[in-house]
Design a protein around this ligand. Structure first.
Ligand SMILES: Cc1cc2nc3c(=O)[nH]c(=O)nc-3n(C[C@H](O)[C@H](O)[C@H](O)COP(=O)(O)O)c2cc1C
Ligand code: SF4
Ligand code: SF4
Ligand code: SF4
Ligand code: FES
Length: 597
């Protein structure tokens, strides 16, 4: 490999690309050329660093200077000051990365302190389009070890000993699943990577594929070796174009290097991979629906058993795992199962990647050891709630999960503890809510999502979730009764028990968990006809506080329905019958005289 005096790492993840990192990278290329530095300084377009909110991100090594929100215009300064004169441009560094004039390394930045990168190891570190960079960080060594030094049983035993559980939602033990697929009888077998990722707010799997696609190829090939499959499919949604592009590049490179194809590492083992595109239906992430979709049929779930391990794609034994699950496997084989079991809790080993979003200062991608508490994630990694607001709840597990209230902030994040507080790990969406969020409205949001995404095959889900949504709409519009709350709960429990697939079985969870922890908010909507968080439009009223009103008339001029009247220099009034609750007056009043109740 060629030697460079500096490396400029530019994030090429979806977040930073959408804020212009491509142009920043091109500008670095052209500026470095202009100064004849392109042989001394290497520009690397990496995957996500995690702090997508402050992108585009640029990190310059060897100093580890962590620049954020970099524009094309900033590039000239970084090249001329930092790369030519050795002077770090402090004004462009990420806020938290300079303290008392000392530049902190990336691992000392508050956001990264509690994090541990296992599944995200290569993301933000290597060029995902260059197989040599993956090999330079030990890539494909685990595959070599597996196929040349270990029997399939030994690899599977290693996974069993590691305690790795599936990261796609339910947390099924990975080694056990591999042993089922290995034992299943079949002339042909398949390996599938589930990269459908349909949860609203989730982008963990996308980031791994964009930042480290070879890790998935390597792990799937190991899986092929273990279960005696020679063909694999990566099922990825078409809305992930960067991930798809990098996967295809990586597959071609692996083929060129003989790491996919015939007689891998001279072991006599053959394995090939194909990318299959999904159209972005949430239900296609469910394994039986995904299999139907790969077969070219409608993406509808089928009853289990038979499980895919026995009867999967084209009726053949099929191993299906999530992207993040696969990403852990080369690391486990290289570092040993004991290393992995030391991370995490007794029953949940290793780390978990979360897409942290909502009312939180550091939105982005985080990877923490299992057992890290919700409080640590919110306040230390996430940097707390913006604008000094109070934490109200965290939604984990997307539409299949539930809301965790402030009283449970100290819950350790692992499969069992989350289930105990009425939520679930799910795939890793973690949405934070503050006092301005209405929990009934949140439940309605997730239910609307399930209603839209239900495939309609079974009545409990097709009809039941729609009825639940109607009740929630009735409550949030101020027409609900106490009986509606009871019916909502009965319906939710019935759907949970009778729906055919995981989508319907978990759809009631956001409603049930908000009913458990925030029932008073439901009651306030029903009995007092009030939305305590001030979100549900029908239950709001805008009022002018007489003492504060100076009679300037600005509000009246901004009201689109002339609901405000008054005389100059006297308190104005709102006609509640005319008001359409748009909030324009409150925004306009310079004296804070209008309140929303
Ligand atoms: C409605 C629904 C959507 C799902 N979506 C995904 C998904 O996007 N990605 C995923 O890996 N698993 C998803 N799952 C879980 C898969 O069915 C399956 O359990 C998982 O891919 C197994 O991999 P693992 O053992 O590595 O977790 C979904 C399940 C349901 C019920
Ligand atoms: S539970 Fe919903 S998504 Fe699943 S099969 Fe039934 S209708 Fe389709
Ligand atoms: S909330 Fe909108 S409609 Fe109502 S009084 Fe204010 S400006 Fe007029
Ligand atoms: S804008 Fe404020 S101060 Fe002016 S009339 Fe309206 S309520 Fe009163
Ligand atoms: S996409 Fe750039 S930091 Fe996440």
């Amino acid at each position: 490999m060629e030697l460079y005096r500096s490396h400029v790492l530019i994030c090429g993840g979806t977040g930073c690309t959408s804020s212009g990192s491509d142009k920043v990278a091109d500008k670095f290329d052209s500026e470095l050329k202009k100064h004849d530095l392109d042989k001394e300084v290497k520009v690397v377009r990496t995957g996500c660093f995690g702090l997508c909110e402050v992108g585009p991100i640029v990190v310059v090594y060897p100093e580890g200077a962590f620049y954020s929100r970099i524009t094309e215009e900033d590039v000239k300064l970084i090249v001329e000051e930092h790369l030519m004169k050795g002077r770090i441009v402090k004004d462009l560094l990420y806020d938290d990365s300079v303290k008392d004039d000392i530049i902190k390394s990336l691992s000392e930045v508050e956001f990264y302190k509690k994090q541990m990168r296992v599944a995200l190891k290569g993301c933000g570190l290597i060029d995902p389009e260059d197989i040599d960079e993956y090999i330079a960080i030990d890539g494909y060594r685990a595959l070599a070890k597996a196929v040349t030094e270990m029997t399939p049983e030994q690899v599977i035993d290693t996974l069993k000993e590691s305690g790795l559980r599936g990261r796609g939602g339910a947390g099924f033990p990975t080694g056990l699943k591999w042993s089922f697929a290995a034992k299943a009888e079949g002339d042909e077998k398949y390996v599938i990577c589930n990269a459908d990722e349909g949860d609203p707010g989730a982008f963990m799997d996308r980031s791994i594929l964009e930042g480290d696609p070879h890790a998935i190829i390597e792990a799937m090939t190991i899986a092929g070796y273990c279960i005696d499959a020679s063909q694999g499919f990566i099922y990825v949604r078409a809305e992930y174009p960067i991930a798809v592009k990098r996967l295809n590049i990586a597959i071609n490179q692996a083929k060129e290097y003989g790491l996919l194809g015939k007689n891998i590492f001279d072991s006599g083992f053959d394995f090939d991979l194909e990318v299959r595109l999904g159209a972005g239906a949430f239900v296609c992430g469910e394994e039986t629906a995904l299999i139907s979709s790969i077969e070219g049929k409608r993406g509808e779930p089928t009853p289990k058993p038979p499980f895919p391990a026995n009867e999967g794609v084209f009726g053949k034994p099929t191993l299906i795992n999530n992207v993040e699950t696969f990403a852990n496997i080369p690391q486990i084989l290289l570092n040993g199962p004991e290393w992995f079991t030391k991370i995490g809790t007794e029953k949940s080993k290793g780390t978990k990647v979360f897409a942290l979003g909502g009312k939180i200062n550091n939105t982005g991608l985080v990877e923490v050891p299992m057992g890290t508490t919700l409080r640590e994630i919110v306040y230390e990694v996430g940097g707390g709630i913006p604008n000094g607001k109070k934490f109200k709840a965290a939604q984990t597990g997307g539409p299949s999960g539930g809301c965790i209230p402030a009283s449970n902030l100290d819950v350790p994040i692992d499969y069992e503890s989350l289930a105990q507080v009425g939520s679930m790990m799910g795939s890793g969406g973690l949405i934070i809510m503050d006092e301005d969020n209405c929990m009934v409205d949140i439940a309605k949001f997730f239910l609307q999502f399930t209603v839209d995404e239900s495939c309609g095959k079974c009545p409990p889900c097709r009809i039941g979730t729609k009825r639940m949504l109607e009740i929630l709409e009735k409550i949030t519009s101020g027409n609900g009764t106490m009986e509606d709350i009871d019916n909502l709960e009965i319906l939710a429990n019935n759907i949970k028990q009778s729906a055919l697939c995981g989508l319907g079985q978990t759809a009631p969870n956001p409603v049930l968990s908000t009913l458990t922890y925030f029932r008073d908010e439901y009651i306030a909507h029903v009995k007092d006809k009030k939305c305590p968080a001030g979100v549900c439009t029908n239950l709001l009223s805008y009022e002018i506080i007489e003492d504060k009103c100076r009679g300037c008339g600005l509000c009246a001029r901004s009201c689109p329905v002339t609901a405000i009247s008054g005389e100059k220099k006297k308190p104005y009034k709102i006609d509640q019958d005319k008001c359409i609750k748009c909030g324009a007056c409150m925004e306009k009043c310079p004296f804070g005289a209008i309140i929303r109740k």
